[in-house]
Write a protein that binds this ligand. Structure first.
Ligand code: NDP
Ligand code: BG6
Length: 503
């Protein structure tokens, strides 16, 4: 029997909207699709998951008979109010007329994350929607990591469907563990409950347009494919900067720090795509095989190749340690710069710098690939070519090149540096999807290319675990930097000493 706080779907109200052109994979349209959002009362569900589902619905990327079920422990007494709080986050002007239709597709089931009996009730609810025959199920775990195993146990024991009736896929949010051992333990536990092909570990950076474009740029363009090695590339810099600090979320952040929060996952995924060998095909497994291969070649970061920092107050922002949710005297880094070495022939002696920080001078995510300079016959009148891929805040890529300064009286030796510029909003009329939209749509289509496989995760944790343990033990102290600055001066000095253009 279902708890009182359970709400069925409603018939969609009449609408004068234009019809939505179906664009979902044919296979998906054959069966009812149930999308269950666990943790439906939470922050991620409200700000990202439901808005992404709305966008996919309006874009015709979810079948018209999709059923969306919010699931959480909280009692919901007013389903209309529950649905309505998502609206403020819905994207897309001109899509307002679809809102009521979409909201009517949202049901709610109240239940725990650790009692299989509650999952059996959820299963009964879904079977009813699936008319007891067939249906595909996408479970989205928008839950704190402490609830992952309980929820997967419930799904596995009580809410599966036989393969011939349809597929079951489970999207799992980060963080996947705190270090190599805890991540391996989590992977092991999940592997007892679900098949690897059913687990979709989300890293939302893999849903960003410019990150997805790296494979195409590298392997569909001879100009780049041929240059992409130590003979030509001097260094690679992958940079993540945010202006905001922890903003009262210090309690959460302090448990992780900048390395666990964005470097081990988001930026390491970018590194793998930039550094991997050409895959045999574009299949999910071939691409992920190559990412694993190259991650296994990355040496664990040593203390001497890393600078960590922690921000202090400026006029506008309190310092990290002044956040009342942060433990006194915390050693947690809010900034890190590290030099990584990849031990293979392609990248011999090419440093990969990863830099990430909160409360910095600007907001940006960029990949900067710096080429060796040409020396003769221009001597010191050339500068390094650079290919810069900007993932945020505006999507762009540009190539810095040296050209002859145009005009009468200018000679060959009169050079200057300029850019071949592909700024997306100047070139393309298409509106770029949010990362969660791309990834949920890929999961519905069964494409796991942009989800993290367990061996990738293991290889990524192996790079950072010794460093993280040293920081956790307090063996290295973060350097102070003022909020709104470029980070610790020592980080700039480390890059400048090697004559690199600093991000
Ligand atoms: P919340 O803290 O908002 O938790 C989501 C829901 O889970 C809550 O509404 C609550 O629902 C339930 N819950 C909370 N604490 C517990 C607990 N200790 N045990 C069991 N259930 C609990 O998390 P977020 O929505 O912020 O994040 C969900 C996941 O997504 C996390 O893994 C997070 O790391 C990840 N993530 C979040 C981002 C964000 O922007 N918020 C960004 C990237 C990743 P109820 O009590 O009703 O069951
Ligand atoms: C999350 C981190 O994974 O990514 C946050 O937990 C960070 O600390 C966020 O702010 C950045 O994502 P985006 O898409 O805004 O660059």
């Amino acid at each position: 029997e279902l708890k009182t706080s359970t709400f069925q779907l409603q018939d969609a109200p009449p609408s004068d909207c234009h019809g939505i052109r179906p664009r979902y994979p044919a296979e998906v349209g054959e069966r009812p699709l149930s999308i269950v959002v666990f943790g439906a009362t939470g922050d991620l569900a409200k700000k990202k998951t439901f808005p992404a589902l709305f966008k996919l619905y309006t874009e015709g990327l979810l079948p018209a008979n999709v059923n969306i079920i919010g699931y959480a422990r909280s009692e919901v007494t007013d389903i209309l109010a529950f649905r309505k709080k998502f609206i403020a986050y819905f994207p897309g002007k001109g899509k307002e007329c679809h809102v009521d239709h979409f909201l009517a597709r949202i049901a709610y089931v109240q239940g725990s994350y650790d009692d299989p009996a509650d999952f059996a009730k959820l299963d009964a609810f879904l079977r009813n929607l699936e008319e007891n025959t067939k249906g595909n199920r996408l479970y989205y775990l928008a839950l704190p990591p402490t609830a992952f195993v309980g929820a997967c146990t419930g799904i596995s024991k009580a809410a599966m469907i036989p393969e011939e009736y349809g597929w079951v896929r489970v999207i799992v949010e980060k963080p996947f563990g705190r270090d190599l051992a805890t991540s391996n333990e989590l992977s092991h536990q999940l592997s007892q409950l679900l098949k690897e092909k059913q687990i979709f570990r989300i890293d939302h950076y893999l849903g960003k347009e410019m990150v997805q474009n790296i494979v195409t740029l590298r392997f569909a363009n001879r100009a780049f494919a041929a240059l992409w090695n130590a003979n030509n590339i001097a260094n690679v810099q992958i940079t993540f900067k945010e202006k905001i600090g922890t903003e009262g979320r210090g309690g959460y952040f302090d448990n992780f720090g900048i390395i666990r929060d964005v470097i081990q996952n988001h930026l390491t995924q970018i590194l793998a795509l930039v550094a991997m060998e050409k895959p045999r095909s574009l299949s999910a497994e071939d691409i992920r095989d190559e990412k694993v291969e190259v991650l296994r070649c990355v040496e664990p970061v040593s203390l001497e190749n890393c600078i960590i920092g922690q921000y202090t107050a400026n006029e506008a922002m309190p310092g990290y340690l002044e956040d009342p949710t942060v433990p006194k005297g915390s050693n947690c880094p809010t900034f890190a710069l590290m030099k990584l070495k990849i031990n293979n022939d392609r990248w011999r002696n090419v440093p990969f710098y990863i830099k990430a920080g909160k409360a910095l001078e600007s907001k940006a995510v960029r990949i900067r690939i710096q080429f060796h300079e040409e020396v003769r016959p221009f001597l010191n009148r050339t500068q390094r070519n650079e290919l810069v891929i900007c993932a945020q805040p505006t999507e762009a890529m540009y190539m810095k090149i040296t050209t002859k300064t145009p005009g009468l009286g200018k000679e060959l030796i009169d050079t200057h540096q300029t850019e071949l510029d592909l700024t997306y909003h100047n070139r393309y009329a298409v509106s770029l999807p949010d990362a969660y939209e791309s990834l949920i749509s890929e999961a519905v289509g069964g494409n796991s290319t942009n989800f993290v496989r367990s061996d990738e995760l293991e290889a990524a944790w192996a790079i950072f675990t010794p460093l993280l343990h040293s920081i956790d033990k307090g063996e290295v102290k973060p350097l102070p930097y003022q909020a709104g600055s470029r980070g610790p001066a020592e980080a700039d000095a480390m890059l400048a000493a090697e004559y690199r253009r600093n991000e």
